[in-house]
Design a protein around this ligand. Structure first.
Ligand code: DAH
Length: 337
């Protein structure tokens, strides 16, 4: 090796050092040049092959290079050395304003609903968006000819797989894997082949609740639980009513209305003059569901309910179009600080 080649190598090592972004990137550079089998120790071994006239100068430069590299490395490892291309700090410039993100109204409602039910003894359970026919329909006592199974209503991914149309299949997952008592709430995404408009979206969220026990649980318990939830969510003066309804997986089934938060029940545009707003579906678990998942219907009692998260968010925050919730416009989202 000549003196010129030595200088090139030195330049190269310093350039690599400067290019290293952090301590982790410095280490390979150190090994390559200073390590036991590195370039500099190798040079020292080759010293005898350098022409005798150049030898003292070569040795001097190699030693200086080593010292320079070691010092530079030590400096870089302790302080984040300023990069050569860094803009000098100018204290006269105005500060940079970092805007904080805000929690999405959907997430806020989910968190709040779960917190209320947590206090009533419900734990949060989770299930996948891709479900089986059995969990989403069959075990929920929904016959194969039910219109909700149609291609026009459900996103099928195969003969047996689909994007869940409701969070109710998590009930099935929990009951097939746990013995009663179970007391869960399960928030999550649901999918239906709905055409998007101001109140519909093909992708929306529900929160499901399930309570099954070996001691008697009645419709009165369900109503008291949902009334307690209503007061926590909407304030102490909210009214709750049950209307008879039908769901395949509950018997009896009800739809649950809260008194209108805008007019207080006297009738207005928001509640379409009825004084009530539909919030949830609910009911006592149908014995057929217990049979299908392997509980003995003679030994267990339980109720379930399911509510739409978007609907609650829209009522809560006075949102008039569901699409606002999905467009991620910061002018909209920033209002929920
Ligand atoms: N899964 C129903 C729906 O999407 C809502 C529902 C009704 C859930 C009754 C329940 C229930 O758990 O008991 O319309």
């Amino acid at each position: 090796m000549t003196l010129a080649e030595l200088d090139v190598l030195r330049e190269q090592s310093l350039a690599e050092l400067r290019a290293a972004a952090d301590a982790a990137a410095l280490e390979p550079v150190r090994i390559r040049y200073l390590g036991r089998n590195g370039q500099i120790p190798a040079l020292m071994k080759q010293l005898k092959d350098v022409p005798a006239a150049d030898r003292p100068e070569f040795g001097r430069r190699a030693n200086a290079w080593r010292a320079e590299l070691e010092a530079a490395l030590a400096g870089r490892q302790t302080v984040a050395a300023p990069r050569e291309d860094a803009v000098p700090f100018d204290p006269t410039l105005p500060g940079r304003w970092h805007t904080l993100g805000t929690m999405h109204p959907i997430s806020r409602v989910i968190e709040e609903v779960c917190r209320i039910f947590n206090r009533l003894g419900f734990v949060v359970a989770d299930g996948p968006d891709i479900e089986t026919r059995f969990n989403n329909f069959t075990a929920l006592n929904t016959p194969a000819h039910h219109p909700s199974l149609d291609e026009t209503d459900t996103f099928w991914l195969g003969a047996d797989q689909l994007l869940r149309t409701q969070t109710s299949p998590v009930q099935i997952r929990v009951m097939t894997s746990q013995k009663p008592p179970v007391r869960i709430v399960t928030p999550g995404r649901c999918y239906r082949r709905d055409t998007t408009d101001a109140t519909h979206s093909a992708n929306f969220h529900q929160i499901e609740g399930l309570y099954v026990d070996t001691r008697p649980v009645s419709l009165a318990d369900l109503k008291a639980t949902l009334a307690c939830f209503a007061r926590e969510m909407m304030g102490p003066s909210v009214g709750v009513r049950f209307r008879p309804h039908f769901f395949p997986f509950t018997e009896p089934s009800v739809e649950v209305d809260f008194s209108c938060h805008v007019c207080g029940g006297s009738g207005c545009r928001v509640c379409k003059q009825s004084g009530w707003i539909e919030i949830a579906g609910a009911g006592m678990i149908d014995p057929r569901v217990y049979q299908l998942i392997g509980y003995n219907p003679e030994e267990v009692y339980g109720y379930a309910f399911g509510m739409g998260v978007e609907r609650i968010a829209m009522i809560r925050y006075g949102i008039t179009d569901i699409r606002h919730l999905y467009e991620n416009d910061v002018r909209f989202l920033g209002q929920f600080a």
